[in-house]
Design a protein around this ligand. Structure first.
Ligand code: NI
Length: 399
């Protein structure tokens, strides 16, 4: 038995305890920066394992520190899990269904938190590594930038990790399959708003107005040319408009003075991101000018792209192969145009973000679906991956 399979076997012996924690967290979801109960459970569990606990990072964040048998190398590895739920109403009827209406663990962060607790329990018992394992329980991954908030609170100043790792469950991969690639895993997510200002007036006398709704129509169409005509077809980008707001539905004969568009841009490469923003500005301002209107593009960079470093992605792939066999490891996983705030941590430290398959996509159990539920069968593999990353990333001298 290799060390990796030994870790998995040891963690499997307390799988039922972990499942109970996961289901309890699922039943009691909390929004970002409000994970008071969740972080209390995490801190309590860590303390019961004899793990040193630090709180006060990004309000509800918890950091556990486990020291290896030796620390000759001075190495430090960070393992991160997110803890927050989503503002959505669960449609499941099982026993551990959300007890809070309008709140649900629809992305499996209950599972991620449990997985990291499982790794903590094993690592605290065994401490078969040379260095320090830093367990990062992060709040507010869903749109609120909890990772960034932890960095701003000095996470890596206090715990200067040499490498960091995070995982996400993935319904599109079979259970207990690991997926990774050596580069971009998830896209940068930007938000934009276009404010078009014309001159309002009577719908029967449009010649007396500058109609911002007509301008908005042209802007929407022309913005689609940025991806199709400006982005190199070998690069990837998305421009999506999610909201168009102008006038009042009850005012059929009022031409409004303003129209607003809100949307998102997704890219992997910084140069593509910059080019898309520049082209969008040109299109928006140029089209408005052509109609005698004015338009302003407000462009906000929200989350950077999630970029693995090849060396750390390689270690994840090697450990997964050792644990699960080659056929259950995808080393060239296609990136997602979604985003992930672990990207902020990966901007600060090298590391890797990987997926653990949980299955169920074919049955509609996709992330952020109202019938989603984390698959408890994958907890031990997730925990063992984290544990092995600490052991293999900080090997004891005599091994
Ligand atoms: Ni998620």
């Amino acid at each position: 038995m290799t060390e990796v399979t030994a870790a998995l076997k040891a963690i499997q012996s307390f799988h039922s305890d972990l499942t109970a924690i996961r289901r309890d967290l699922h039943a009691h979801p909390e929004l970002g920066f409000e994970e008071v109960r969740t972080s209390g459970i995490v801190a309590g569990a860590l303390e019961a394992m004899g793990v040193e606990v630090h709180r006060g990072y990004a309000k509800t964040g918890v950091v556990g520190v486990i020291r290896g048998r030796t620390n000759d190398s001075g190495r430090m590895i960070g393992l991160r899990a997110d803890m927050d739920a989503l503002p959505m109403t669960e449609d499941n009827s099982f026993g551990h269904k959300s007890t809070k209406s309008g709140l649900m663990h629809g992305c499996g962060h209950d599972g991620h938190t449990t997985i990291l607790l499982g790794a903590a329990r094993y690592l605290a018992q065994t401490r078969n590594f040379d260095g320090t394992a830093v367990l990062i329980f992060q709040p507010a991954e869903e749109g609120l930038g909890g990772a960034k908030a932890m960095l701003e609170d000095g996470l890596f100043d206090t715990f200067p990790c040499d490498a960091i790792y995070a995982m996400h469950n993935w319904p599109g991969l079979p259970p207990n399959t690991v997926g990774i690639n050596p580069g971009p895993m998830m896209a940068a997510a930007d938000r934009f708003e276009v404010v078009i200002t014309g001159r309002g007036g009577h719908g029967a006398h449009p010649y007396q107005t500058i109609d911002p709704v007509l301008v908005a129509g042209h802007v929407i169409t022309a913005l689609q040319s940025v991806v199709s005509r400006n982005v190199n077809p070998l690069d990837s980008a998305v421009v999506s408009i999610g909201s168009l707001q102008a006038g009042h539905p009850g005012a059929m004969s009022v031409i409004p003075s303003e129209a607003r568009l809100v949307g998102t841009v997704r890219t992997f490469r910084r140069s593509v991101q910059e080019m898309v923003e520049t082209r969008m500005r040109g299109v928006v301002e140029g089209i408005a000018a052509a109609f005698g209107a004015q338009a302003k593009l407000n462009y906000e960079r929200m989350y950077p792209a999630t970029l693995n470093t090849p060396q750390h992605a390689q270690l994840v792939g090697d450990i997964a192969t050792d644990m699960l066999g080659k056929q259950q490891v995808v080393r060239d996983l296609v990136p997602s145009m979604g985003s992930e705030d672990f990207s902020f941590m990966l901007q600060a430290r090298p590391g890797a973000y990987f997926r653990v398959g949980q299955g169920g996509a074919e049955a509609g159990c996709t992330l952020h679906n109202t019938r989603y539920d984390f698959n408890d069968d994958i907890i031990p593999v997730g925990s063992a991956m984290f544990a092995a990353l600490a052991e293999k990333g900080m090997p004891l001298a005599d091994r």
